[in-house]
Design a protein. Structure first.
Length: 302
């Protein structure tokens, strides 16, 4: 059976302050622990402290040698397209080609307003970005349809286009992944929902004459035991509130308990068709949680 890969979301600003850790140390720790990737979000103005995603991942790439650096998720449509392409190409260069480009179009109307981009144009702009980024990165001359006058641009130096994983579990995201993506990257859904989405993904990809994209799930959890760790119910309550899901649907999703129990949960996603999991740490010391995730990964490989 193909190996199941596990990545971790790098710690946010508040967690770094709490745990006395920085991005370089965190990325090295994840690599030394044996995880497969380090990931960072891409938020402009959500009301809390957040770092710029590409810069944070460039820092992680400079501190590591082999681990994947991934965006969870990059929002190309909130930027001028040439600028998005330049950021991706630069990250490919500084990482030695280790990028996986998770792509989304979310963030809420306030974030798009802060960027000066109409919220209603996000879907069209995302499709345009996914269609043109591969050409921009390899150095072709491309006309920019969303810029005044549709100016031609050729970027250098060229870079290999990284694999693109389309974020979100929606029907629109599945269609986009089937047509334009190398992967489908839904977050905080059940194995049954993954299995259902995989069937639709395969059908749509076949209609476009493309192979079925890989499936990577985004998860959340806090492993082990001890004071201060959030319970499964507490993590699920946060998921329910943030995503508007009924609490009973959210309760099975968090990874909790002994790493062997977490491995059993992840194995259910593997059986449903996923080959990657990207986990956000919901509580506990970040480095300790990474070590426990690495232990869960070892159980999956037994």
């Amino acid at each position: 059976m193909e190996s199941f890969k596990i990545g971790v979301i790098l710690p946010g600003v508040d967690v770094m302050r709490r745990d006395g850790i920085d991005l370089r140390t965190a990325a090295r720790h994840a690599e030394d622990a044996g995880l497969d990737g380090v990931w960072h979000g891409d938020h402009l103005a959500l009301g809390g402290p957040t770092l710029d995603g590409p810069i944070a991942l460039a820092t992680a790439a400079a501190a590591t040698a082999e681990i994947t650096v991934g965006t969870s998720v990059f929002i190309p449509a909130i930027r001028p397209l040439a600028w998005a392409a330049k950021q991706i190409a630069t990250l490919q260069h500084v990482s030695g080609g280790r990028v996986v480009l998770g792509v989304g179009s979310g963030g809420g109307p306030g974030q798009w307003a802060a960027a000066g981009v109409p919220y209603g144009s996000r879907g069209r702009r995302t499709d345009t970005a996914l269609e043109l980024l591969p050409r921009l990165l390899v150095g072709e001359e491309v006309r920019l349809p969303d810029a005044p006058g549709e100016p031609p641009v050729r970027l250098a130096p060229a870079a290999a286009m990284p694999p693109v994983w389309v974020g979100n579990a929606s029907a629109v995201a599945i269609r986009r992944a089937a047509r334009l993506g190398d992967g489908w990257f839904p977050s905080l859904i059940s194995p049954a929902e993954v299995a259902e989405g995989r069937v639709r993904l395969a059908e749509l990809a076949a209609q476009h004459g493309r192979p079925t994209p890989v499936i990577a799930i985004g998860g959340a959890g806090a492993l082990g035991t001890g004071p201060g760790l959030p319970s499964r119910e507490e993590i699920a309550s946060g998921i329910s509130a943030a995503y508007g899901r009924p609490l009973e649907e959210a309760v099975p999703i968090p990874l909790t308990g002994h790493p062997k129990e977490a491995a059993e949960q992840l194995a259910a996603y593997r059986e449903a068709g996923a080959s990657h999991a990207i986990i956000g740490i919901s509580g506990g010391d970040w480095r300790t949680q990474v070590d426990l995730l690495a232990e869960a990964r070892s159980y999956l490989r037994l």
